[in-house]
Design a protein around this ligand. Structure first.
Ligand code: FA5
Length: 337
């Protein structure tokens, strides 16, 4: 029996050294301690042993069983430990490694200029109002003293949805909607998208953004207009900037102006950006036409007003030295950064 026992243990040790996982170990365990295993066969063999030797034989088999179980338990622990280590290696995190790069969003330059424009005028006491991108011709044209024959109303210039609806060509329609809702004095600003069938080039787009201002009060004059625009230009571009009002025609103002700011690139001396004039046009403005005041039920003898419409893209281009307006709409992340 002793020899048999040694042989069994040797074989078990040989088998066990090759084992790498619990499943294989279970198979070996079954081979030795299972119902049809070696130990059971040895136990069954007891009947063929001399009666006086049976006790010893039984004790030997039991001690063999204990030894086998110890070997298998030890191996079980060893496998479990190595599997745990493998799992830990898999989940290992290098806490000293660089973290994942966080990508944070940036405000688009159009939104930035719009927000800064709002800030300048709300600090002067203006209130922000909203307009409609889809407008009715009466608000976009008629009420703004722009009669049916005016070229701006032409199908060539305006995106019509149907006869009653169009994509607003400027933010000035907000003036009418505001004056129809509120009594003077009024000081409002509004901004958003506008649409025109303009040829797209470095300074024109079919969709662009305007920033509208309207101030209605008693004794409003061009001096007020100039001062508001000077404050705006200086806060937006810096304190050395000059503002030039050039007479121009808009049906809804009288007098009307196109407003230039002194060229930021050359400081007004003349360069390629300002086409050697020293000035760059950024907005349209004027004193609200008496017909417009009448259209909304205000008495032009009592109330006067000033209004202006700023091209947001043009301001962004000037402020950030962008030579082509298309850059603002490309959504190229490198540009936005
Ligand atoms: C107007 O749209 C008037 N409503 C402005 C106004 C308001 C005048 C209140 C008087 C009183 P104008 O068409 O010039 O005016 O446009 C105003 C500004 O919008 C321009 O100075 C320019 O900066 C910008 N702009 C005009 N057309 C385009 C375009 N296609 N693409 C980009 N910007 C444009």
């Amino acid at each position: 029996m002793i020899q048999e026992k040694d042989r069994i243990i040797r074989e078990l040790n040989d088998e066990i050294t090759k084992i790498k996982d619990i499943q294989e170990l279970q198979n070996v365990k079954a081979k030795y301690t299972g119902k049809k295993g070696i130990l059971t066969a040895l136990m069954k063999n007891i009947s063929s042993v001399e009666p006086e030797n049976r006790k010893n034989y039984g004790m030997e088999v039991n001690s063999l069983k204990e030894e086998i179980e110890n070997i298998i338990n030890e191996k079980t622990e060893e496998i479990k430990k190595s599997e745990k280590e493998k799992q830990e290696m898999k989940n290992w995190v290098d806490v000293t490694a660089d973290g994942a790069k966080k990508i944070s969003g940036r405000e688009h330059l159009i939104m930035k200029v719009m927000r800064e424009s709002f800030e300048i005028f709300t600090n002067l006491g203006f209130t922000v109002v909203e307009g409609n991108e889809i407008e009715e011709p009466w608000f976009n044209f008629d009420a703004l003293n722009t009669p049916k024959w005016h070229p701006a109303r032409d199908m060539q210039d305006t995106f019509y949805i149907d006869e009653e609806h169009l994509l607003r060509t400027h933010t000035s329609a907000v003036q009418i909607r505001t004056m129809m809702k509120h009594q003077p004095p009024i000081a409002v600003v509004s901004s958003g998208r506008t649409y025109r069938k303009d040829e797209i080039d470095a300074t024109h787009s079919a969709m662009f953004h305007q920033f509208e201002g309207l101030y209605i009060d008693k004794n409003v004059n061009v001096g007020h207009l100039k001062k508001f625009l000077e404050i705006y230009a200086q806060k937006m571009f810096g304190s050395n900037l000059k503002v030039l009002l050039r007479p121009s025609f808009f049906p809804f103002v009288e007098p009307g102006f196109e407003v230039d700011v002194s060229c930021i690139s050359c400081g007004g001396k003349g360069c390629s950006v300002c086409k050697n004039t020293g000035w760059i046009e950024v907005l349209g403005a004027g004193l609200v036409h008496p017909n417009v005041l009448r259209n909304v039920g205000f008495d032009p003898e009592k109330w006067q007003g000033l209004a202006f419409g700023i091209g947001i893209e043009r301001i962004a281009m000037l402020k950030y030295g962008i030579s082509n307006m298309r850059e603002l709409f490309k959504n190229d992340i490198r540009f936005i950064e």
